[in-house]
Design a protein around this ligand. Structure first.
Ligand code: 26V
Length: 817
């Protein structure tokens, strides 16, 4: 960049410095003498933003003039994290900024920590959307992300006396330097009311009018997303809900002040928080409102853009591909039909062709409790016209099957959009399936299971529709930014070109795994990361850990299927073993846990408490001092992941086989040189194919075996427990209060549950897990072998770049490459 532009590095630094000073003065309104660190952060962010804007406008203009097809990624979640280093580094300005700030006596490492995480997501699904946005910008795929600008992202987790407490997250308190409010881009979104129809002329289709009762305004906020080396800049457009002013003023003027304010609050609550607890009916209704709100605004926005440019909707699929991120935006099927038929006057059949050719759906889970269905009654009340449209789609669908000779009532029931059994409900998965030309899973195993389980019957009817797109991660954030030490080593070994094509170039690292000197360097750079994490643990928990110990890391949302409990049982078994022979030749280990539990998920919260109880007991016990430490780091988020993952030696990916759709942290750990202990689940399967099973620790029941046990009703773990003295002792200790003297009965229910109905096969996999952990220790004792495997993990993870994933979506689904 520097050479091309003919600008010398020192000129670039001084130009950036001057820009920061100007931003500080004229945008932040401070002078350098009185500026706080946050003021400096804001000034640097605004300076970086200026650079992005030049590229952004250019890209928008090019896409417009080139008339190319656009991709629209609709997602209720974008788990972005911080943007400062991401933007600077993708623009090639990070070092420039560091030096410019140093000249101003400001440490960029300090101010970058002041940026709050944009935590607009729960976990893997939202983070995937963020990685995809970055890869699309890098690969110059003209794309818009559409979602909700929540006032409050995912809750902040505090651990008080070992228990999780949820605190309101306030990322917008000091403003958001990355976004642009677009008051002129706004749409009125209707809810409730009734539908009237005018019969069609001479037997034509009737015209329907939805007279909604309540209007909420959606206002656009745009964030530019810049790709690697500024390749292109795309837009993430998030909608904020506002009350329609006049609407409430009438009420206010009529004297109903409280009522007017309440209505205003109701409208605004739509973009207030991510995932409101959906255990209550009101919570559920709010969730459906969120889904419709952002879908309706996004579709109106993209249709307007299309009509402006093309003047007709007949060619919509030639210029727009819409990806539905899970079923959360699945109401798009009915809304697009409504817009095409009711608003733009297209014939039903024509509209259906356009809709199904434009929409595509990604499935992210097969867990029955996570598959969305909406009560018909709620839909009728909130979205009466959409309910009619869904009935009509269903009628056409079932008719066409009967015409194809399908008679089987059971089959027709299973592929219907309406579930009749547990009170009538709309199946959003089936709606998304029918309304899309492509339906994809997120790993090979998961896609196979989609065909065999949740969508068996629909798959038999539409055998071409389901396809696989194994997830990926952006290496810019998860390697270059999170692990500059390793990146530096890789670049010095493989050359700068690595940075532009890590997917293929990383393989060139393989021969280095055989070089003792390189392995040593590899281990050394990781040691720097481990020291950093050890300092963080000391600072946040007051626990001192030895960076030379094996860092055994389990970080992700807390869920029974992810089996943090299995890891805790191993922790206790290890504790017992060491206590029984404290002089033995043990591998010193630090067990590191982090993750949030859903606020209403009591069992998951109890598992967090257990982790903390076990941590306190073990860390306080002088017999195992220096051999075993356990820590639970509070408030796991993207930024904490960036600190933890590059410092991990062992990556725990131990979900019950068949239940983790893909996983993406598994890829992040391997890329950074951690070895995986894991089940053959999700993308672990493909990782073992790429990396080689001998460089991972694979154990446990396979998805097939889990399925067979399920069919046989084998959930009772009594025999397994009796058969394993180690497991019996661990369970008894926890059950009898060895870790909860203050409340000895605390874990009785949890442990008894494992005995009688071990839903996630924790006991069944315990011995295999213990054995795999012994192999981990054996490998760790042989540094040559350990680091050889570690280097090969990094070398062979290139395929999991989200650039590869996006290329597949772009060429096979969106047809834009
Ligand atoms: C949602 C819920 C909500 C209700 C209670 C239980 C439950 C369990 C799981 C979920 C997950 C919803 C979808 C999701 O986040 N899937 C994740 O998507 C990632 C990106 O594709 C993938 O890597 C993870 O394996 C998958 O769990």
């Amino acid at each position: 960049m520097t050479q091309e532009s003919g600008v010398s590095p020192s000129d670039e630094v001084s130009a950036f410095r001057e820009k920061v000073l100007r931003k500080l003065t004229y945008s932040v309104g401070k002078d350098s003498a009185s500026a706080s660190d946050y003021d400096w952060f804001e000034a640097v962010a605004l300076a970086a933003r200026d650079h992005i804007i030049d590229h952004w406008m250019e890209c928008t203009r090019q896409t417009y003039e080139g008339g190319c097809k656009r991709v629209y990624y609709l997602s209720l979640e974008f788990l972005i994290g911080r943007l400062l280093v991401d933007s600077l580094s993708n623009l090639g300005l990070f070092e420039v900024a560091r030096e410019a700030l140093a000249e101003l006596d400001v440490d960029i490492e300090r101010i970058r920590l002041l940026e709050p995480d944009a935590a607009l997501g729960n976990g893997g699904l939202g983070r995937l959307a963020a990685c995809f946005m970055e890869s699309m910008a890098t690969l110059q795929v003209a794309a818009h992300g559409y979602g909700i600008r929540y006032d409050h992202g995912l809750f902040r987790q505090a651990i008080v006396d070992g228990w999780q407490h949820e605190q309101t997250e306030t990322w917008l308190d000091f403003g958001n330097p990355w976004e642009f409010e677009r008051p002129e881009v706004s749409y009125l979104i209707g809810f409730g009311g009734h539908v009237t129809a005018i019969p069609g002329e001479s037997g034509g289709e009737a015209r329907h009018f939805w007279h909604w009762a309540e209007g909420v305004r959606a206002i656009a906020y745009d964030t530019p997303i810049v790709g690697w080396r500024g390749a292109s800049v795309n837009t993430l457009r998030l909608w904020r809900a506002r009350a329609e002013a006049d609407f409430h003023l009438e009420r206010f003027n009529a004297g109903d002040h409280i009522g007017a304010v309440a209505e205003e609050a109701k409208a605004q609550s739509i973009s207030r928080v991510l995932y409101p607890a959906d255990s209550t009916e009101a919570g559920q209704e709010l969730r459906l409102r969120q889904e419709y709100f952002f879908v309706a605004a996004s579709l109106q926005d993209l249709l307007r853009r299309h009509l402006d440019q093309r003047g007709t909707l007949d060619n919509l699929p030639d210029y727009a591909a819409i990806q539905l991120n899970d079923t959360h935006p699945a109401i798009a099927v009915a809304e697009l039909m409504r817009l095409l038929v009711d608003v733009h006057g297209l014939q039903w059949q024509h509209a259906w062709k356009l809709t199904t050719a434009t929409l595509n759906y990604t499935n992210h889970t097969l867990l029955p409790e996570a598959l969305e269905t909406w009560p018909v009654g709620l839909m009728e009340r909130l979205l009466p016209r959409h309910m009619q449209i869904i009935y009509l789609i269903n009628a056409h669908h079932l008719d066409s099957l009967r015409q194809r000779g399908v008679q089987d009532a059971e089959l027709l029931r299973s592929v219907s959009l309406i579930e009749e059994d547990h009170g009538r409900r709309v199946r959003m998965g089936n709606l998304a399936f029918l309304g899309s030309s492509s339906v994809n899973g997120v790993s090979a195993l998961h896609t196979g299971l989609m065909r065999k389980t949740v969508f068996t019957d629909l798959h038999a009817l539409y055998p071409e529709r389901i396809n696989n797109k194994t997830n990926g991660i952006t290496f810019r954030r998860w390697l270059y930014q999170a692990n500059p030490h390793l990146t530096g080593l890789l670049v010095s070994s493989l050359g700068e070109a690595l940075l532009d094509d890590p997917q293929h170039r990383l393989r060139d690292l393989e021969p280095f795994a055989e070089q003792a000197a390189f392995r040593l360097q590899f281990a050394e750079q990781r040691m720097a990361n481990k020291r950093h994490l050890a300092a963080l643990i000391q600072e946040r928990l007051g626990v001192s850990v030895d960076p030379a110990a094996l860092f055994d890391v389990h970080v992700k949302r807390i869920h029974e299927y992810k089996r943090q409990l299995l890891n805790l049982l191993h922790t206790v078994a290890l504790y017992h073993a060491i206590s029984a022979d404290p002089g033995g030749d043990w591998v010193p280990r630090v067990k590191i846990f982090a993750g949030k539990a859903a606020a209403s998920y009591h069992q998951a919260k109890l598992i967090i408490k257990l982790a903390n109880d076990i941590a306190r007991t073990i860390n306080d016990d002088p017999t195992v001092r220096g051999l075993l430490k356990v820590v639970f780091l509070p408030n796991y988020n993207v930024s904490l992941a960036e600190d933890i993952i590059p410092a991990a030696d062992l990556s725990e990916q131990i979900s019950t086989a068949g239940l983790e759709a893909s996983g993406t942290s598994n890829m992040k750990f391997a890329l950074n040189g951690a070895l995986t202990i894991g089940t053959l689940d999700g993308a672990n399967v493909e990782m073992s194919e790429q990396i080689g099973r001998e460089h991972m620790f694979i154990f446990g029941l396979t998805a097939q075996q889990v399925e067979a046990r399920k069919r046989a009703g084998e959930f009772n773990a009594e025999a397994t427990i009796i058969g394993s003295r180690r497991l019996s002792e661990v369970l008894s200790a926890i059950r009898d209060g060895a870790f909860s003297a203050d409340d000895p009965g605390r874990y009785v229910g949890l442990i008894d549950g494992l005995y009688w109905h071990d839903t996630y096969h924790v006991c069944a996999d315990f011995e295999a897990y213990w054995q795999a952990q012994l192999e981990v220790e054996a490998r760790w004792r042989d540094p040559e072998q350990w680091w050889r495997s570690a280097v090969l993990n990094t070398a062979r993870t290139g395929w999991f770049s989200s650039d590869r994933t996006i290329r597949e979506y772009a060429s096979e689904i969106w047809k834009v490459m």
